[in-house]
Design a protein around this ligand. Structure first.
Ligand code: TRP
Length: 436
């Protein structure tokens, strides 16, 4: 994978909980796969299985869900030879970075995370202890997520609105780390929220969501899909009566899968009084036309879990070699987790470098006046000052001398050169170079 400097790195995580439904497909999978084909981007899609442990603590379900979600993305057309596709837990550098970020993250910021605050608010409303039932995992969720993003220096993170705060926190933690350790180690990521992607209604007309129990599984077998669609709530208008497309869950679902022309035709059907049974049949056919080929791929993939395992491991292995391992080596060094023998050597080298520089020395003499001198790296006297009434006056002239670039500027009262002008100029230049 080649990565020109102008490439935008786009990264997003997919929590491995539950079985993907039509809402996930339309709202996340489909647009992400379209975006991943953009030539100007280097895309990272990963299964956030460590995040899923915060809520899902049934090992068999975690494993199954990881398999299903990986198979879903592959079936929907994600190409693991063109994008980075991996499992979070296969990149141990992410968890290592989580700790370094934990040590710079403000606890007060985490206190304000929406998910944590919602849990606390609920406890208060229920008259419970603030942190009743709250795990440290829930509390630390944003730090793990920041590590996911910062480790690959992602520029853009496509997420839903509910996740924007997490991206802001990732920026905050990254910035703190950069500030403390004195360099731009981390790119500060931006959330990108696409308001154009549809949120699908579920069987009961509310937003399709696992928590409402109103979902249509993306890869439900054909017959089950037909039955589920037949169960979508409608009003009681009889065939022949005109129906409102606006606000109809059925219509919105259709629109998410149909072209503009098909949608217009369907609106025409509504106006001319299509029966709900017929409308549902049309909806079923339209959805199935898009989903059936993917379902077939999905079933083939799920039947060969070893292949999916190999794809995920390969993605993580390549990614670790290319980015995660070298970057973490750099970060470990930055925070001071270093090879002790090397550290001792480089400490010595620093001291040596210091003595290798010329230096101004200020002092007060027995006449109680303030003096300075400029010494070269070996301690030879280059410039001797006259006595000043205050250390400020001496300091001011040192400031002037530090700026001097030309020999004639050294012909100034208050100092006496002890060596040729060129030698003094060279020393001043060496000082300036060392400071910049
Ligand atoms: N928290 C995200 C969600 O619930 C999933 C996620 C984990 C994620 N790590 C991420 C998203 C990093 C973007 C970037 O949807």
């Amino acid at each position: 994978m080649t990565t020109p400097a102008s490439t935008t790195r786009v990264l997003t995580g997919i929590t491995t909980s539950g079985t993907p439904h039509l809402g996930n497909y339309v709202g996340a999978v489909r647009p992400a796969i379209v975006a991943s084909r953009d030539p100007g981007t280097e895309s990272f899609y990963f299964l956030a299985d460590l995040h899923s442990l915060i809520k899902a603590q049934d090992p068999a379900k975690t494993q199954r869900s990881t398999l299903e979600i990986a198979a879903t993305w592959l079936a929907a057309g994600l190409d693991p030879s063109k994008v980075w596709f991996y499992r979070q837990s296969d990149v141990p550098e992410i968890t290592e970075l989580t700790w370094y970020l934990t040590c710079v993250a403000g606890k007060g910021i985490l206190n304000r995370a929406h998910a944590y605050k919602a849990a606390v608010d609920k406890n208060r409303a229920d008259g419970e202890d603030d942190d009743f039932g709250v795990t440290a995992g829930l509390f630390m969720y944003p730090v793990l997520m920041a590590a996911d993003i910062l480790i690959f220096n992602a520029h853009k993170v496509p997420v839903g609105r509910d996740q924007v705060q997490h991206i802001e926190m990732a920026r905050d933690f990254g910035q703190r780390f950069n500030h403390i350790y004195g360099r731009e180690f981390f790119t500060l990521p931006e959330a990108s929220v696409d308001d154009n992607v549809a949120t699908l209604p579920g069987l009961d007309g509310r937003k399709m969501s696992k928590s409402y129990g109103n979902t249509i599984p993306l890869f439900a077998p054909r017959n089950e899909l037909r039955k589920l669609i037949a169960g979508i709530v409608t009003d009681s208008r009889a065939p022949g009566e005109p129906k409102d497309a606006e606000g109809s869950a059925l219509f919105q679902l259709y629109q998410a899968f149909a072209s503009a022309e098909e949608t217009a035709a369907f609106a025409g059907d509504f106006a001319s009084g299509i029966g709900w049974g017929d409308a549902k049949r049309k909806l079923f056919e339209r959805i199935d036309a898009e989903v059936a080929p993917l379902r077939e791929k999905y079933e083939a993939l799920v039947a060969k879990p070893g292949d999916i395992e190999a794809i995920l491991r390969d993605g993580a292995a390549r990614l670790r070699e290319k980015y995660a391992k070298p970057f973490l080596a750099e970060l470990r060094d930055a925070v001071g987790l270093r090879d002790l023998s090397k550290q001792a050597a480089s400490g010595k080298k620093k001291a040596a470098e210091k003595t290798a520089l010329p230096a101004f020395k200020q002092y007060r003499d027995s006449d109680n006046r303030f003096y300075f001198k400029l010494l070269d790296a070996e301690g030879k006297l280059l410039v001797q000052s006259a006595g000043f009434d205050s250390p400020k006056d001496a300091g001011r002239l040192i400031g002037v001398l530090k700026q001097v670039e030309r020999g004639d500027a050294l012909e100034t009262p208050g100092i006496e050169l002890q060596v040729p002008v060129e030698e003094v100029l060279a020393a001043l230049r060496a000082l300036r170079d060392a400071e910049t």
